[in-house]
Design a protein around this ligand. Structure first.
Ligand SMILES: Nc1ncnc2c1ncn2[C@@H]1O[C@H](COP(=O)(O)OP(=O)(O)O)[C@@H](O)[C@H]1O
Ligand SMILES: [Mg+2]
Length: 235
């Protein structure tokens, strides 16, 4: 049996002594897209930070392709093929768009080989390559963060609320790009979201996080999903 790309088992994590995630278990197969849904403050970002290694688990484990990586520092997780796009805007404002993009690849040759891919996905990133990144609009900065992650050719992407603050047309573009990346490269994607329609349009399965616990799971295509989810997502 092939080990899942990502397996989280009985994960408990938080900040200092404050427990945020409680006994969370989930698995993500190769090339699979799982959407973890939940309102503000439910622990979505904490989950991704713990998987990436920014936070050490208090209990439970995180495994990548069968290898226990619990508590492994983020740069090693990245080296293992995991790309993380945080909820915050994490570009270098004073560098150009291209300089920011180059941070996603090990060397110039790799950049030259892969940059072409952006012409399809986010052409604006090539058109604006010499522009200072801090002068991009909020939506363009999100594109830049996503482009940098894609240039790393990750095997697993951890995507934190990429739809937040984006116009509908940009949200559609993100959905299209992520769907194509999965088809083209077999990339596994763990996406955390409050935007149900967007998340369910790209995901195979969903799980709902409520106060740090998974309270509901299902197939994204299940027509009952929207109703069940609506209940959990009410303010
Ligand atoms: N750095 C931090 N220190 C202490 N508590 C935090 C920190 N970051 C988040 N929290 C708390 O953890 C809980 C979950 O936050 P978070 O994972 O950001 O939720 P979500 O991403 O679903 O909005 C919230 O109660 C939040 O206040
Ligand atoms: Mg969050």
């Amino acid at each position: 049996m092939i080990a899942p790309m990502l397996e989280v088992e009985g994960l408990t994590a938080g900040y200092g002594r404050t427990v945020v995630l409680r006994d969370v278990s989930l698995a993500l197969g190769q090339g699979e897209i799982l959407a973890v849904l939940g309102k503000n403050g439910m622990g979505k970002s904490t989950l991704l930070k713990t998987v990436m290694g920014f936070l050490a688990p208090m209990a439970g484990s995180v495994s990548l392709e069968g290898r226990d990586v619990s508590g492994q520092p983020p740069h090693l997780t990245a080296r293992a093929g995991v790309a993380y796009t945080p909820q915050e805007y994490t570009i270098f404002q004073d560098l150009t768009v291209e300089e920011n993009l180059r941070l996603g690849v090990p060397d110039d040759t790799t950049f030259a080989e892969r940059a072409e891919m952006l012409r399809d996905h986010f052409p604006r990133m090539l058109e604006r390559s010499r522009q200072r990144a801090g002068t991009l609009s909020g939506g363009e900065q999100k594109m830049l963060i996503m482009s940098r992650a894609l240039l790393a050719r990750p095997r697993l992407m951890l995507i934190d609320e990429v739809s937040e603050g984006l116009q509908p047309s940009m949200i559609n573009r993100m959905a299209e790009v992520l769907t194509r990346v999965r088809e083209g490269f077999g990339t596994s994607i763990l996406i955390v979201e409050q935007h149900l329609a967007f998340a369910l349009s790209i995901a195979d399965r969903y799980a709902v996080l409520k106060l740090g616990e998974i309270v509901e799971e299902g197939e994204a295509g299940d027509p009952a999903a929207a109703g069940v989810l609506g209940e959990h997502m009410k303010v």
